[in-house]
Design a protein around this ligand. Sequence first.
Ligand code: GDP
Ligand code: MN
Length: 397
Amino acid sequence: MNIHEHQSKEILRSYGVNVPKGKAAFSVEEAVKVAEEMTDSAVKVVKAQIHAGGRGKAGGVKLAKSVEEVKTYAAELLGKVLKTHQTGPEGKEVHRLLIEEGSKIKKEYYLSFVIDRMTARTVMMASTEGGVEIEKVAAETPEKILKEYIDPAVGLLPFQATRMAYALELPAPAIRKASSLMLKLYDAFVGKDCSLAEINPLVVTEDDDVVALDAKLNFDDSALFRHPDIAAMRDETEEDPKELEAAKENLNYVNLGGDVACMVNGAGLAMATVDILKHYGGDPANFLDVGGDSDPKKIAAAFKIMLEGGQSKGIFVNIFGGINKCDQVAEGIVEAAKIISEDGKSIPVPVVVRLEGTNVERGREILKNTPIKNVIMAETMEGGAREIVRLVNEAKA
Ligand code: GDP
Ligand code: MN
């Protein structure tokens, strides 16, 4: 799960990490009120809160020299659709802001904790190339990303943090402040079951203070049950509406953005299906594992979600009926047509169905006798994948 920058900073503050003074604002009036209370600093920063980075370049981070300017920027940003390299072309609408005290930056650095799957350890990564896209640094100058691997039995050791601070060639007065910040950030990472804690930029200010100017925390969904405070920070307006609806139906659905939808049982087969669609030149719309439950109502709900918004130009149903029963899946498809179309007999895009396993004969029989026109039976997974990709590409041409 993702949260907003202002929420991440509140959590980090509670662990003693040095973050700028600031507060969230949901309206222009609130933004002005927060700014008026900030008397220590002449410059205030107005930051759009969306679940995506790259806001700086897209005009989502503004430096205001007066309360009046805060008002102007707040009015400009609230309700604006911000397009950054992380939002995709459709962008994200800004519903809240973070108003904080401005910092005088001497230099920007990068600092993060992530789980490294190769070593099965948490790794601390840092770089002198902060503020910019770290993916670019990793691709072009990987030697500029410094790493410390952490033994889970003892955690991040102070000498490792100090070694990293020296490796970053920080100014002498900033060394201890930086290593202390790293240790506190690690505590937060572990304490809150994060999958990512990223500070980009971590800055050294003109008076050699060390400040987390930006903050991004991601959480391990499987551990959320023990962090109700974090679960409560969820902002559903930031999430994919199809994924939210699918979660309510207990479907394992991930929107992949393409136009060839697939409905599969079992996560392994679902991944293999996404791969094979891609292999034949298709652009998968989603990952969808309906699991071992083939209740026709659930199948129908899945169809509805896949078709919503006109995203899918074709659907590939790939079921290996072990626990699932092919006849129930077939009934689900017939049920879906009833819900989706006015005449109860049509699905607006071609559906290629490959069924194998329990009750397969009955399932095929149901689909053969259905009045739904564009259901096509496939004998094999490969043949079915090829067919749906061909039909979708034909429809697009
Ligand atoms: P992102 O672009 O979404 O990652 O947003 P950031 O929070 O990282 O802000 C982008 C950039 O805005 C930073 O890299 C800084 O250069 C600049 N910025 C943010 N806060 C301040 C501030 O308090 N003072 C100054 N001078 N620049 C800031
Ligand atoms: Mn940033």
